[in-house]
Ligand binder design. Structure first.
Ligand SMILES: CCCCC[C@H](S)C(=O)N[C@@H](Cc1ccccc1)C(=O)N[C@@H](C)C(=O)O
Ligand SMILES: [Ca+2]
Ligand SMILES: [Zn+2]
Length: 302
């Protein structure tokens, strides 16, 4: 890949000074990092909804305007997510073929969400009460890009149990990528006026209204069959697994299960089997294997 022309700097959503790769293009610096895979490109929808919108640019390569913060964070965080998959698993972008990583910020008005639309990541600004710009949090960017990895590997359908597994894998890898061992999801951009809370907790899903056991699985037509609710069950199993086998082994087990054994219609019980098989492949059927079995026993999935 062409080396990026320049190293830009700017202020992110949380007020931190960040540096990242940019490219000089027709006399302005754009948020294009040509050094990673097929590139990292960050756009703005300018609070509209047409995608991808406009490449974010700056005359002097110093992205310090308030209106640039969401783009700065997205660009910086996606570089980190690219590096996570490359450095830990030698995966070159979500398709393992160096697909360009496109993100659009300032999507919609007061939009309290972020998503992967099959081609790119999209981030809302939040309404300032429920969320601040969602690209500000590494676990959100990790969550969204992991949907792309899942799409190109397990292909878990986005509804009912496969959908809850899909959501859980995004939370699990968002947690690994963020690396702060708090098992909280979205805490950095959620409810700015309420310190210490989060959108979800993997260690105690019930704290934010999710079930943590199959006996409390929520059957609903809402939210594609409750994918953001029932993800609490596999999230709890992941928390128990990580705490038992340790961060590094758990990452390898989860990556192998996601990319080798899970498939579009996998149910929770299939996830248990996939994770056990991955553990057996990597570490045999000893302590790690028993830890994974115990984790899924504890959430009521055989
Ligand atoms: C288009 C509507 C559906 C959105 C689905 C996306 S993938 C999603 O799950 N988004 C995450 C965003 C996120 C991730 C980590 C931390 C905080 C917020 C999500 O969990 N969205 C919640 C708010 C939801 O859609 O219920
Ligand atoms: Ca977190
Ligand atoms: Zn999601």
């Amino acid at each position: 890949n062409a080396a990026s022309d320049a190293t830009g700097s700017g202020t992110g959503v949380l007020g931190k000074k960040l540096t990242f790769n940019t490219t000089l293009n027709n006399g302005a610096y754009v948020l294009v990092d040509q050094s990673r895979g097929g590139g990292v490109e960050t756009y703005s929808a300018n609070n509209g909804s047409s995608l991808p919108g406009d490449l974010v640019s700056d005359a002097d390569n110093s992205f310090t305007d308030k209106g640039q913060a969401a783009a700065v964070s997205a660009h910086y965080n996606i570089e980190k997510v690219y590096d996570y998959y490359k450095n830990n698993f030698n995966r070159n972008s979500y398709d393992n073929k160096g697909a360009t990583l496109k993100s659009t910020v300032h999507y919609g008005n007061d939009y309290n969400n972020a998503f992967w639309n099959g081609q790119q990541m999209v981030y809302g600004d939040g309404d300032g009460r429920t969320f601040i710009p969602l690209s500000g949090s590494l676990d959100v960017t990790g969550h969204e890009l992991t949907h792309a990895v899942t799409e190109y590997t397990a292909g878990l359908q986005y509804r009912s149990q496969p959908g809850a597994l899909n959501e859980s894998m995004s939370d699990v890898f968002g947690n690994f990528i963020e690396g702060n061992h708090d098992y909280l999801v979205g805490e950095d951009v959620y409810t700015p006026n309420t310190p210490g809370d989060a959108l979800r907790s993997m260690s105690d899903p019930t704290k934010y209204g999710q079930p943590d056991n199959m006996s409390d699985y929520v059957h609903t037509g809402q939210d594609n069959g409750g994918v953001h609710t029932n993800s609490g069950i596999p999230n709890k199993a992941a928390y128990l697994t990580i705490e038992s086998v340790g961060w590094d082994k758990a990452q390898k087990i989860y990556y192998r299960a996601l990319t080798t054994y899970l498939s579009p219609r996998s149910q929770f019980s299939d996830a248990r089997a996939a994770l056990l098989q991955a553990t057996s492949d990597l570490y045999g059927q000893g302590a790690e294997y028993n830890a994974v079995a115990s984790a899924w026993d504890q959430v009521g999935v055989k």
